[in-house]
Design a protein around this ligand. Structure first.
Ligand code: NAI
Length: 333
């Protein structure tokens, strides 16, 4: 088995607690991993005078993979988001969010299993805004052939690798004929190279209604940045919320796997945080590294612990501590 060096960013708030649990589980799975721990955000600012130290970026570029806990972003003042900074610095253009229902977790769709792929670098998030005249502002939506093509290729490659059957592009090309039209055209061009994978598309408002009424019709959804941001959280809500789903930001220079929830300052330091989201991100990371065996071992053990339902953290109706949940999974493995 190949040994992998992984950059570990424990984060702050509940970050160090959930990271410790996940590291323990990954090591117990037999995966050959070595961690390079780095700080980011307020902790790094205090120690190195920079929220996103160069050493951290170098470490990710060298190892090409990182596991990251949540990092607090001060509201309305202080430094800009480290999460956004990381995406920009490493050109992590693809945001991947697999959404699958877990046993024994209340959800309207206990069979749901879909994947949201979101373009991460452009669209209305380019941040190009200006005042035209007082009382009128303009915010530019940038869509390029290059970014639309590479994200479509990412979605189809992922479908091929993971044995998924269909990719649905979600857009509003009936109104934004040029921008969303280009996104859709690039999707259709790329789809021709993957004849074994079904390709279809839906207008975003209809796609949202369909998601709520009949989500099982979707397999992989492919979206621009803004629609992707909204729809990926909507999908997390379909199966029990942000505390459970994994996430990854992937680019040519590296891939950062992270929980999508925040640093939960209200419960930090109490040892009661749910490590499931970060654990699922670690499973995704092991698959990305080609370590399918340990990934499956952890996933099976985690599903078993959910099925049994005896050990569950407070956010999902239990009383167990973070460490007890980790120990239960390790015991099953
Ligand atoms: P949050 O996700 O930290 O918390 C929302 C609620 O969910 C809280 O009640 C919290 O206790 C609960 N929660 C979240 N994760 C949990 C877990 N693993 N186990 C049990 N309960 C959990 O969102 P909030 O309060 O809006 O943000 C707090 C800070 O986190 C902010 O500074 C924000 O900028 C940052 N943040 C960082 C992210 C990242 O690093 N990827 C993502 C989102 C927010």
């Amino acid at each position: 088995m190949t040994k992998h060096t992984i950059t570990l960013i424990p984060g702050d708030g509940i970050g160090p607690e959930v990271s410790a649990a996940v590291v323990q589980i990954v090591e117990a799975s037999g995966a050959q991993v070595e961690w390079e721990t780095h700080y980011a955000g307020a902790q790094a600012l205090e120690k190195f005078g920079d929220t996103l130290p160069q050493e951290l970026l170098e470490s990710i570029k060298r190892n090409r993979v990182a596991l990251k806990g949540p990092i607090t972003t001060p509201v309305g003042k202080g430094f800009t988001s480290v999460n956004v900074g990381l995406r920009k610095a490493l050109d992590l253009y693809a945001n991947l969010r697999p959404v699958r229902a877990l046993p024994n977790i209340p959800s309207r769709y206990p069979e749901l299993d879909l994947v949201v792929v979101r373009e991460n670098t452009e669209d209305l998030y380019s941040g190009i805004e200006h005042v035209v005249v007082p009382g009128v502002v303009e915010s530019l939506k940038i869509i390029t052939e290059k970014a639309s093509t590479r994200i479509a290729r990412f979605a189809f490659d992922y479908a091929r690798r993971e044995g998924r059957k269909k990719v649905t592009a979600v857009h509003k090309a009936n109104i934004m004929k040029l921008s969303d039209g280009l996104f859709l055209e690039c999707f259709r061009n790329v789809a021709r190279d993957y004849p074994e994978i079904e390709a279809d598309d839906k207008i975003v408002d209809n796609a949202c209604m369909q998601l709520v009424m009949r989500p099982e019709q979707f397999d992989i959804m492919l979206l621009e940045n803004l629609y992707g941001d909204i729809v990926s959280d909507l999908c997390a809500g379909l199966i029990g919320g942000l505390g459970l789903v994994p996430g990854a930001n992937i680019g040519e220079l590296g891939a950062v796997f992270e929980a999508v929830h925040g640093s939960a300052p209200d419960i930090a330091g109490q040892g009661i945080a749910n490590p499931t989201a970060l654990l699922q991100s670690a499973i995704l990371m092991l698959r990305h590294l080609g370590e399918r065996e340990p990934a499956e071992k952890i996933e099976k053990a985690m599903l078993k612990v959910f099925e049994e339902g005896r050990v569950r953290t407070r956010d999902i109706g239990g009383e167990s501590k973070t460490a007890e949940f980790a120990e239960a999974i390790i015991a099953v493995m």
